[in-house]
Write a protein that binds this ligand. Structure first.
Ligand SMILES: [Zn+2]
Length: 379
């Protein structure tokens, strides 16, 4: 099949590549032409956060035609344990399913009427009959002094691998929703701050580390809220910046209307959140700041009460086993624990719990202190 899925960046690179192939082929006297077309589609992200934009690309074209003969395919004979089989390499625009493999005759040339040990024959048609002509007879068959070039779809298609630019492109709504979530949870961080909002957004959307999965889980309720807010945020901010003479705001307007967020547009788009907050004059319902402190001393048994912010099933130490990651915000500081205890599978984000455990470590996560508990028991 000559249809495949690319990121918008890969698609743009492939369009340029096809143009270069056509130009080179024309120089070599190839009268065929490759054409790449694309349909933009939006898909849910595999990690569950938002949607990405892809392009379903199709490679078609026009087969080469010389002196009224259209070249359909190059046919290579291959000796297999079934006897002789054929590799069919189609010209641009020729559908392989239209080539009748059962009609192919090994080594036969309809031009000179001989059957020899030929490596390759060309399949040609004048619109009524389909002939196979030995590759070495093509010149004579066309009455030409040079052999025309033949470029098949598959070899062009093969060259498209490893284009890079493989990072998926998120939709505007998705980035707005995640940026909103990040700002709700950690506050706004500009590009030059210690924890820029755009880095949090990038980790949530594209991160593949364990801590990125934890971050996604931690932000999940805020992202849900962000998804509900995204249309209003987009509309409000766009109305404000669309005719702005300010260069930053003009750029923001462009990104807000974009089909997908270009690689260098994430930072600009994140800034829509503080712009929105300013516009609607959010007097942030100042959520009580979480105390940034460690609890107890290493080895000490402590009891804490608080609200669960993360409850996530993760891989356990033994193959195929699982454990729960539970993060609890308490008035004394944030507590984190990994456990396979049954109670941990029954709790969820938002639950109030009281847990007793032994302090194993005083850790830091996103510049905030976390106390790691082992052997946690729920009171
Ligand atoms: Zn021949």
């Amino acid at each position: 099949m000559n249809t495949w899925t690319l990121t918008p960046a890969e698609y743009a690179a492939t369009v340029a590549k096809v143009a270069a192939i056509n130009k080179r082929a024309a120089k070599r006297g190839f009268t065929g032409r490759f054409e790449l077309s694309g349909t933009t589609v939006t898909r849910k992200a595999e990690n569950g956060v938002g949607e990405y934009v892809f392009v379903e690309a199709t490679l078609t074209g026009e087969p080469p035609c010389y002196d009224g003969w259209t070249f359909l395919a190059a046919i290579d004979a291959v000796a297999t344990d079934a006897g002789t089989e054929f590799l069919v390499r189609c010209a641009p625009g020729v559908d392989e399913s239209l080539v009748d493999r059962s009609a192919l005759r090994e080594g036969a040339c309809d031009h000179c009427g001989t059957k020899r040990n030929r490596r390759r024959v060309m399949l040609v048609t004048d619109g009524t009959t389909v002939n196979q002509v030995g590759a070495t007879c093509i010149k004579d068959f066309l009455g030409w002094s040079t052999l025309p070039a033949f470029i098949d779809t598959e070899s062009v298609r093969d060259g498209f691998g490893g284009l890079g630019g493989g990072t998926p492109s998120a939709t505007v709504e998705t980035v707005i929703a995640v940026a909103y979530a990040a700002v709700q949870r950690f506050g706004w961080g500009s590009t030059y701050s210690k924890t820029p909002t755009r880095m949090v957004v990038s980790d949530v959307l594209f991160g593949s580390r364990k801590k990125d999965a934890e971050l996604r889980a931690e932000l999940a309720p805020f992202i849900e809220q962000g998804e509900r807010m995204a249309p209003a945020i987009t509309e409000t901010v766009l109305a404000h910046v669309v005719e702005s003479g300010d260069s930053f705001e003009a750029n923001l307007a462009v990104i807000l209307r974009a089909e997908y967020v270009p690689d260098n547009g994430y930072g600009i788009l994140c800034a829509a959140i503080p712009v929105y907050d300013r516009l609607v004059g959010t007097k942030k319902a100042e959520t009580e700041p979480v105390v940034d402190a460690w609890i107890g001393t290493k080895g000490e048994k402590v009891t804490v009460t608080g609200r669960i912010t993360t409850a996530l099933t993760v891989d356990g130490y033994a193959y195929g086993s699982t454990q729960r990651l539970v993060v609890i915000e308490t008035p004394a500081g944030v507590v984190k624990t990994y456990t396979a205890a049954a109670w941990a599978y029954d709790v969820d984000s938002g639950d109030e719990v009281t847990v007793t455990g032994v302090v194993k470590e005083h850790d830091t996560y996103r510049d905030r202190k976390q106390t790691v508990l082992v052997r946690p028991k729920r009171a």
